[in-house]
Design a protein around this ligand. Structure first.
Ligand SMILES: [Zn+2]
Length: 283
């Protein structure tokens, strides 16, 4: 758990550094000395419980002319103050990922909605998401409550043929409750909201990588099976990809050939001219 940002001890200086200069920092330079974290907590459980439809199956449901969009939603529980810098930070993150996926796929990437990040105030306080009984399996309550509220605000759905949904919710799940990506949705809790804002110990790029990983699941990608089952050591090349440990070293990571093939077939991927700007990621 090391970070080049620890050298800036003073809190004010740290915040200034994060908010102003983080966009100039090379992800690779930041990530080089970073210890690898395990894949997102309890994600395996989510993957087991919610089986995503393969991209090829979704493609059959769409006419060739349709190109879906990624929509990033900032869900604000009724008792949480809006974080002024979040929309900009999340927009930078998803645009950086749009470019990164485009580099991996020779110019083909996902399309973003306008506005890139949309904010919705929900009618429930933050604690409700973890505690409100919603289904027999309490480890899914947070996932069920947050996605239900997200869909009711946006008109979205699981495996939505029009959109892949990213919900950032400013609320905390209980320790055993699952978050992550499945069924066309990526759900990221308060830890990730703070991470994208540079308010966590890990560098912002780790949190952008985390978003990219869960978005990968929303596109129908699985963690590489050999790495997941322990058939190969985690030092194997495919286990350093975005969909396993590589998210922690973003943007110094990659998509496996299998994942590239899957995304090339996805109705959410097409040649896009990614916007310039955002922060520099020298990959
Ligand atoms: Zn995963």
């Amino acid at each position: 758990m090391s970070s080049s940002l620890k050298h800036v001890g003073h809190e004010m200086a740290r915040r200034w550094f994060l908010s102003v200069l983080v966009f100039l920092v090379s992800c690779i330079a930041v990530a080089q000395d970073q210890n690898l974290s395990p894949p997102p907590r309890d994600e395996k459980t989510l993957q087991d419980k919610l089986l995503a439809k393969p991209a090829t199956e979704l493609k059959r449901q769409l006419s060739p002319a349709q190109v879906g969009e990624v929509r990033v939603i900032y869900l604000l529980p009724s008792d949480v103050k809006q974080r002024a810098k979040f929309r900009r930070a999340a927009a930078d993150a998803i645009q950086n990922l749009q470019r990164w996926y485009g580099i991996q796929l020779a110019g083909s990437t996902f399309k973003l909605h306008t506005p890139v990040v949309e904010t919705f105030r929900t009618s429930h306080p933050a604690e409700w998401y973890a505690k409100n009984p919603n289904g027999q399996d309490r480890t899914l309550w947070f996932w069920n409550n947050a996605t239900t509220d997200g869909f009711s605000k946006t008109g979205g759905a699981f495996d939505d043929p029009r959109f892949r949904w990213v919900f950032y919710i400013d609320a905390e799940p209980d320790a055993d409750q699952v978050v992550g990506g499945a069924n066309g949705v990526a759900l990221l809790p308060r830890n990730d909201v703070l991470g994208i804002l540079g308010l966590q110990t890990d560098p912002v790029c780790r949190w952008v990588g985390g978003l990219g990983h869960e978005l990968g699941h929303a596109f129908g990608l699985d963690n590489p099976l050999d790495c997941q089952t322990g058939k190969v050591d985690t030092s194997a090349p495919q286990c350093q990809s975005l969909m396993f440990l590589g998210y922690a070293k973003y943007c110094g990571t990659f998509l496996t050939p299998e994942h590239k093939t899957e995304l090339e077939q996805s109705p959410f991927f097409s040649p896009q001219v990614a916007k310039a700007g955002g922060w520099k990621c020298s990959n």
